[in-house]
Design a protein around this ligand. Structure first.
Ligand SMILES: *Cc1c(COP(=O)(O)O)cnc(C)c1O
Length: 220
């Protein structure tokens, strides 16, 4: 999928290379995905001045970010992996944006966590654009109903949509669908595109791309 990168390249060099490849497109913000990366890689990216990061598990994220959360200014963390309702409060406490809202039960748990902690966060709804049975995300046909319940009943601040296209299909049509759905709901943000397809995502109007291997090399 994603190209292997020479180990001697620094985070900054890789970041510049990625940006150059999206030069002609919209300029999405780059979420550096630090799941299963060593702490040294995370510290290096912080030292290089990067401030926007993604994690896909709450517990791992707590370990990775506990110290930086207190000391690094302007740090922004996005949760990009599935969230269980019993972790909703931990997630609300740690993350600025939770990208994986995909069911009413979770919206209720997040609203309760916001009420309890007094913190308001932003949310993206994850859409299962490929309608894959095993995959997280709301079915495109059920999106409008979930959006209405999350924003009107639960009073969550939903500002965007997120998707992960099926691995065995071209990503373009999935990105196009997500963009269409967001436009219909008047949502500004589109989190789409990973190391293998971020240029395509940028062409379709991504406002965030989520990059792990393109910035850090392989994961453990
Ligand atoms: C791991 C992960 C990424 C980053 O994947 P790469 O292919 O390494 O860029 C992006 N989005 C989600 C949801 C992920 O879990």
């Amino acid at each position: 999928m994603s190209e292997a990168l020479p180990l001697d390249e620094t985070f900054s060099q890789r970041l510049s290379a990625v940006k150059a490849k999206m030069e002609k497109e919209t300029h999405p913000e780059i979420i550096a995905v630090t799941k299963r990366q060593p702490q040294a890689a995370i510290d290096g990216a912080i030292a290089a001045g990067h401030r926007l990061f993604g994690e896909n598990r709450v517990q791992e994220a707590q370990k990775h970010w506990e110290l930086h959360r207190k000391s690094v200014e302007n740090l922004k963390l996005h949760l990009i992996g599935p969230l269980q309702t019993n972790k909703a409060q931990d997630a609300v406490e740690l993350f600025d944006v939770i990208e994986t809202l995909d069911r009413l039960k979770l919206a209720k748990a997040l609203a309760a966590a916001e009420a309890k902690t007094g913190v308001k966060r932003d949310y993206f709804i994850q859409v299962n654009t490929g309608e894959e049975p095993q995959k997280a995300g709301v079915d495109p046909n059920d999106l409008a109903e979930l959006f209405k319940a999350a924003t009107e009943e639960q009073q969550l601040s939903v500002t965007g949509l997120m998707c992960i296209p099926p691995v065995d299909e071209p990503a373009g049509p999935h990105f196009a669908l997500l963009a269409k759905l967001a436009k219909r709901l008047g949502l500004r943000h589109l989190s789409m595109g990973m190391s293998g397809d971020y240029q395509t995502a940028a062409k379709f109007g991504a406002t965030y791309v989520r990059l792990g291997t393109a910035l850090f090399g392989g994961r453990s």
